[in-house]
Design a protein around this ligand. Sequence first.
Ligand code: PLP
Length: 397
Amino acid sequence: MVQFSKRVPADGTDAVGAILAAAADPSVISFAGGLPAPELFPVAEMKKAVDTVFDEHGREAMQYGASRGVTELRELITKRVKEREGIDSKVENVMVTTGSEQVLDLVGKAFIDEGDEVLVEDPTYLCALDVYRSYGAKFVSVPQDDQGLRVDALEEALKNHPKAKLLYTVSNFQNPTGKTMPVDRRKKVAELAAKYDVMVLEDNPYGDIRFEGEHVPAIKAFDTTDHVLYMSTFSKILAPGFRLGWVLGDPKVIDKLTVLKQSTDLHTDQLAQWAVVEFFAQNDINKHVDQISALYGKRKDLMIEGMKKYFPEGVKYTNPEGGMFLWVKVPGVTDTVELFKKCLKEKVAFVPGDPFFAGKPEPGTFRLNYSNMQEDKIEEGLKRLGKALSDAVNENK
Ligand SMILES: Cc1ncc(COP(=O)(O)O)c(C=O)c1O
């Protein structure tokens, strides 16, 4: 008999995998995925950047490299986080990772022993839940309101769970809700982390993709006591296929994460790292990010228009100022997976809310993605979804 470790999920527990597979039917209009718009990948510019890398750093790009990452890329990251997020850092604060997903895993390895408590805003990024679950974490669920993580509830949780090891939070355009934490809460999170001596992992893959409102500095920008680890990625502003992310924090912590990375994959792809350095030298990244934000903003507006037009009364949804997702709540629905099946019959799909919750799932909630949805399909998709939701709401009356 094959004897897997405790970390391996039991058969049939990959609910999201099953949903994405069902939604992959080409006749289904799927708001379920979470992909960036491929039409905006800068293919020609990247080809030119890669050519330059082969001309100028070919042997370095093909050789083994440092576990921390290419110095030039780490320098570029420190410059960018200062400009965009108000974070002061030096190159020794930064480690490049194989996607920011790897940061989730390395932080789990570094901080979580079986039974350790991890605070999460509920709902949250389901892969983070999967990773920390695999390290044996016990989740402490902290509720959100319209502005994301509730800091009053966070303080309560910290008082009640003095041994909690980590708070994981997605501060901008959260996956799955699209919510953004306002600046006063960010300051408070940094303050509470110091007061209760808990490590915060601030995950910010979407912060650059803002199409409305004012930019808010990272929680990390208010961290004067080295309690915040900040992570981000090139996946949403350049290309997820490159698998390039990073983590920024106290060099003492970064050193430990580096040791753990060595035993995972030695280092991140050298060619991808050099290609991004060269892309930044040859192109205006902010102009590219503006194009992405404009397209996603247009798609989000079409979503809001369509939901207003087709959703039955009483259905609530977030209206994000950036990012790739919004969050819907259908009152009266108790079984969201059943609702998903009904929608699939109407040839439209979403990701049910349940797997995003560490605590008790809120029934009738689901996530919709718009970044990878062609404009001409949005209205038809929402029309189908509206019909399925109206049927469900009527059945529950
Ligand atoms: C909140 C959040 N964190 C981390 C990631 C991982 O991204 P990547 O590994 O591509 O950097 C994602 C991907 O969608 C995400 O939504």
